[in-house]
Design a protein around this ligand. Sequence first.
Ligand code: HPA
Length: 275
Amino acid sequence: MDTRVERIHFAADHIKSVIGDRKPLVGIVLGSGLGKLADAVKDPIVIPYKTIPGFPVSTAIGHKGNFLVGELGGKQVIMMQGRIHYYEGYSMELVTLPTRVMVVLGIKYLFVSNAAGGVNYDYHVGDLMIIKDHICLQPNPLIGPNMDEFGPRFPDMTRPYDLGLIAKAEEIAGELGVKVHKGVYFGGTGPTYETPAEYKYIRIIGGDVTGMSTIPEVITARHSDIAVFGMSVVTNEAHDDYAPDFKNDGEAVVKAADSAADNMCAIFERLIESL
Ligand code: HPA
């Protein structure tokens, strides 16, 4: 068997042995500073990544390293408390391993969240954006021999983010009185923040926000035809006309994400309730 597939099943079998007959419907990836949603999970079983055979351990600030399996919005969910980033030095195989494992566990939906810089001039710190599309300037995680048991060689990317879920989320945001943008997530590798010229480039080519994550998980889920929903929290205004003393600061980004997280968590929970 393909050693990649063996590794995925090895990890999934371990998780199955811990969670028994729980069958998660939704996989959730929590981004930097967005860990609060974990507190809303009822009856959680915590599975630290370090206890899962073959699993990488996240080193990013604001990220824990656990799977959490429990109930949210009346549904069984599996939540990644801390994602694995390419900039940490892991291969795309390892970055996407948790997503593959959640697919093997039978999820039908993947919800992703992240902290991102707002390159769109209408976006401000603390704003939320529903991701309607993305631009991938990270290595494509499907490069390499295709794992046919997961999906086709050339997956369709016409609708990477589920239109039905986007419409429902907009409705929910309206009911909650929460302002949301709908836009395009640009994903680079990081770990550097962008130069002013790069922020301008990202805006010109159609990005609304920019980040260093998310797309590998989305592509991997879409490979297996899992419906995806995603949101970004704008943590900094990512423009090419900084004040002379401006500096991007990782800790400040995590703090800004934290203050906007409550509204995003409410939207995620209500959306899961509606499934
Ligand atoms: N660039 C890239 N990633 C980010 C940013 C940014 O400005 N803010 C939060 N994550």
